[in-house]
Design a protein around this ligand. Sequence first.
Ligand code: NAD
Length: 305
Amino acid sequence: MKIAFIGLGNMGAPMATNLIKAGFEVHVFDLVEEALKALEAEGATVGRSALEITDGADVVVSMLPAGRHVRGLYLGTDSLGTDSEPGLFSRLSSGPLIIDASTISPDDARVVGAAATEHGLRYLDAPVSGGIGGAQAGTLTFIVGGVAEDFESARPVLEAMGKNIFHAGSVGSGQVAKICNNMLLGILMSGTAEALALGVRNGMDPAVLSEIMKQSSGGNWALNVYNPWPGVMEGSAASRDYRGGFLTDLMIKDLGLAWQLALESGAPVPMGSEARNLFMQHSAQGNGKLDFSSIQWFYRAGMES
Ligand code: NAD
């Protein structure tokens, strides 16, 4: 099976590498030359354009930063109101299954999905959870929206990159579920940081307090496996000065998608909005490129005492 992989960034590069390891014939394209060279060294065939690698492919996987990149690639740059470079959908002579693993708005996914159908192509939105570590280990969670039959066709490809593969519903549902999950994660991480700072400010050892809350009703993923207080958990981003991991600015992007979705659907999200405000203020203080658990520093008065 020939797979075309577009977007070899922090996530895409290890995902494409895992497809090669699983024995697929992988052809890659990215705008960055170094990214192409790195994947060539892993055994990929490098193309000079997205069209060159996708035409004739059985499956196309894209892993791009945001909705405008996905629309630009598939629908053409005229969909962005810039110039009139035609998109892939109108130029493909074959009919690959398209799997977009980028995190984008459900609306963008539905627009791209509808255009794919118009061109006789099958399209799945398949955002992931699990971060760069999960991408490297091949243990990502895929949350997929699209037709059940297409989901089953994609399964062997997704299983080469992930461990938990969910069918969320129709096109766009993968993005809705992913956005809900990450909004909850943002709320849980900021709440965990707030509780730890309150306890430490009142004389608690952060490790002792963490252990008590883990075994009590405050236990949650952010506290249990991603503790934001430095030194409490070996191997955590907090214990390596918040370097690497899931960036504050990416959490802001996802909380922005949640906010947009809430606005469009009239859903109240006061906690999600508050979390977005907190992470935005934190980023404005120069912490956008640190792991999102560095929100602990927002409560630095507690950390310094
Ligand atoms: P990244 O910025 O590291 O990589 C994106 C890559 O896409 C870059 O190499 C860029 O050159 C390439 N690109 C952009 N436009 C292109 C085009 N038209 N043609 C070819 N290549 C193009 O981003 P990332 O961290 O790999 O994230 C990718 C997606 O995954 C995002 O939507 C992000 O929200 C989501 N995500 C990221 C994480 C994470 O921890 N980094 C976790 C889950 C989901």
